[in-house]
Design a binder for this molecule. Structure first.
Ligand code: ZN
Length: 333
């Protein structure tokens, strides 16, 4: 099966009321962990690479990893998505590199820190949509500003999305998916207390635009048992806290379709590696700690796929809609 567009996956999620995890990849271990979990649970999946990942492994390596994993797990429907593109050029480069979906985060300026204006966001996102749709590629935008920093990307002040402005933004830009700031946050230290998600924002946008896929960024649950494990084996993560998994699951019923998860896999890997180092200090074969780390990450992904009701949906994708076909659909609009 070739790469799917993210739109094809999210359209099915909209039609059948489920959520799809978008998991960040930087290396082979993460890619295999996610893909094997998708295979075991028969789930479609969104693999996403940020600018940081593209810098770390290089776009050729990331693309190659995904292609290899797809050969190993040919039944898994996969979309490859750019997470937090910061300008037109980064998005266009990812399109040239074979990504089937990009995010243009125009809620922030190119530096990835300074909140932008609505007009700037509409302008830059519209240009990415025009370029992407010409090629059949899916485009995600963002409205409102999320808290928390992810790969050096994020504003220090949070601004929840205004539903009317979100709808206006989606109409003006033509985005396929829209990240809404509704109370989630990036990273492991995002909250001082249990967060309260503003489901009403999601619900209001979904009511006016039921065909728009709403995206929840910063949706790691930061499982306390993983944080405890990290701290037990010499780590230092006091007060790490995430969004409870049941709250994220609830947001699916209000219209969230794409759920971004990165931190939880980092925690699972770090906890496992620390444990191996402390309990068996004589080990130095990298497979001795990366193999269990991979298994721990895969377990996290599997639980999310089951919770988001993605499990069992792989068989919905018997036909891959090609980029050419998608481009024709967009051209008619
Ligand atoms: Zn994000």
């Amino acid at each position: 099966m070739p790469l799917l567009t993210m739109k094809q996956i999210l359209d099915d999620a909209i039609a059948k009321n489920y959520g799809v995890g978008a998991f960040n990849i930087n290396n082979m271990e993460q890619t295999l962990a996610i893909m094997s979990a998708a295979d075991r649970t028969e789930s479609p999946v969104i693999l996403q690479a940020s600018r940081g990942a593209r810098k770390y492994a290089g776009p050729v390596m990331i693309y190659g990893l995904v292609q290899a994993a797809m050969k190993l797990y040919p039944k898994v429907p996969v979309a490859l998505h750019l997470d937090h593109g910061n300008n037109f050029e980064t998005c266009k480069q990812s399109m040239d590199d074979g990504w089937t979906s990009v995010m243009m985060d125009g809620s922030l300026m190119e530096d990835g820190k300074t909140p932008s204006t609505f007009e700037y966001n509409v302008d830059v996102t519209s240009r990415v949509v025009a370029e992407g749709h010409k090629r059949g590629i899916t485009v995600e935008g963002e409205i409102g500003t999320l808290g928390g920093i992810e790969d050096g990307h994020g504003a220090d002040r949070v601004k929840l999305a205004d539903p009317d402005q979100a709808v206006e933004f989606a109409h003006k830009t033509g985005v396929d998916a829209l990240a809404l700031a509704f109370g989630t946050s990036h990273g492991a230290f995002k909250f001082k207390a249990k967060p309260v998600l503003a489901y009403d924002i999601v619900q209001a946008v979904n009511k006016k635009m039921p065909g728009l896929a709403i995206v929840s960024h910063g949706s790691s649950s930061v499982p306390p048992e993983l944080v405890a494990e990290i701290n037990k084996y010499g780590g230092k993560m006091p007060g790490a806290m995430g969004v409870p998994l049941e709250d994220i699951v609830r947001s699916i019923d209000f219209g969230v379709r794409k759920i971004n998860i990165d931190t939880d896999l980092r925690l699972a890997a770090t906890a496992t590696i620390r444990k191996v180092f402390v309990e068996t200090p004589e080990k130095f074969d990298i497979r001795d700690y990366l193999r269990p780390a991979m298994e721990a990450m895969s377990h996290v992904v599997e639980t999310r796929m089951i919770a988001f009701r993605t499990a069992g949906k792989a068989s919905n994708f018997t036909k891959v809609i090609s980029l050419e076909e998608m481009a024709k659909v967009y051209a008619k609009k």
